[in-house]
Design a protein around this ligand. Sequence first.
Ligand SMILES: [Zn+2]
Length: 425
Amino acid sequence: MRWSTLVAALLTFGSGSAFAAPIQVVRQAGSQYSALPQEVLYTDGDLAVVRQPEAVVADFADLFVVNMVNRLSADSLQAFGDVLHLTPARFAVMRVSPEQVEALAAKLHSEGLACGVLTKLNPEFTVSAPGAAPTPLLPLAQADARVSKLTAAVSEASLKELISTLAALPTRFESTESGGGVAALLAAKYRALAAGRNDVTIVPYDHGRSTAQHSLVVRILGSKFPDEILVLGSHLDSVNWRDGRSERAPGADDNASGTATNLEIFRLLMAQGVRPQRTVEIHAYAAEEIGLVGSQDIANAYRRRGAKVVGMLQYDMDFYRAEGEEPKVWLVSNNTSRPLNQMLGQLIDHYVGLPWQERYLSGGSSDHASWYRAGFATAFPFEDPYNYNHNIHSADDTADNSGDYALVAAYTKLGAAYVLHFAGL
Ligand SMILES: [Zn+2]
């Protein structure tokens, strides 16, 4: 792809001011980069945020992309920090101090924007070209009896148990005491299920100064292709942007639901003695709510060491269904791989028994975006992108206000089928 710098002056604020922005925004045209790929920090359709050659790491302190600012004017954004760039109805690039982040997030929340609206910019986390979709190891053309056996065993009671446990914590916000214990709580549950398996490792992931909260990496080593990694992700933190970020945040839907989905898939793999041919990794990411911090760190570490991640599927909110809406499996169409989505559609047809549809998610994102930007094939099954849970990021994100365990179970079946078809057995 080519990024033309011609339009940058038209798009970028602050030219002529004393402060030179460390980034500029350029428009894509043609088939090659005019900016070097290693300078591209963020993309949104035909627009790319690129690093200025003279910028140094310190220039990027507190720099965020604010996604989908359709309902906020430049003036109202300016109240929360320095607006370095704004493309109306698309995104802004802003310098926001830690004190201002909370107020900005609360404002975005009140405007109805979803999870993952803020992405912290890091000059070391550049954007790669989209990854090729994985090759399945079990054919997708028809259902496989061994997969049906696994998906039939998905238990709503198990899902409910973990969702309730996580939602009962005061909050899972990254800088709080209860938030600091989530990775260990999950590790204990995974460890209990993995008893006796010497091909399973369960390791907390330390993000250094970025956040005190740990992520968790659960690995089932592949029996035949150990270097090829299939990832299932979710984020383990929660937040209350409505009342104050450390206030009560049960996060039943956002994202106890996705976290429970992945634990349930692991439970079934262990219960049925599955030894996948490719390595399967289940990741529970720290600090998603403050800018995809945990997943960016991990995705970029994997890219740096040349890890062969064949596919990444993210679960973040698969619990809520609006009253009167027919149950359906939704696959988010942006920041995801269309070929992979189509293959997941086949799995839904075989094993889930619900209709499915791809749909664009505006005003939010999740950890798969970190992997997408790192050049891996991604998918994001999510509740209805046009009508998702309006109680997220508040004390009202409870199981009682979401409550469709059958929907979580349906999304869990999809994830279990994804693991068996793409990691093999
Ligand atoms: Zn979320």
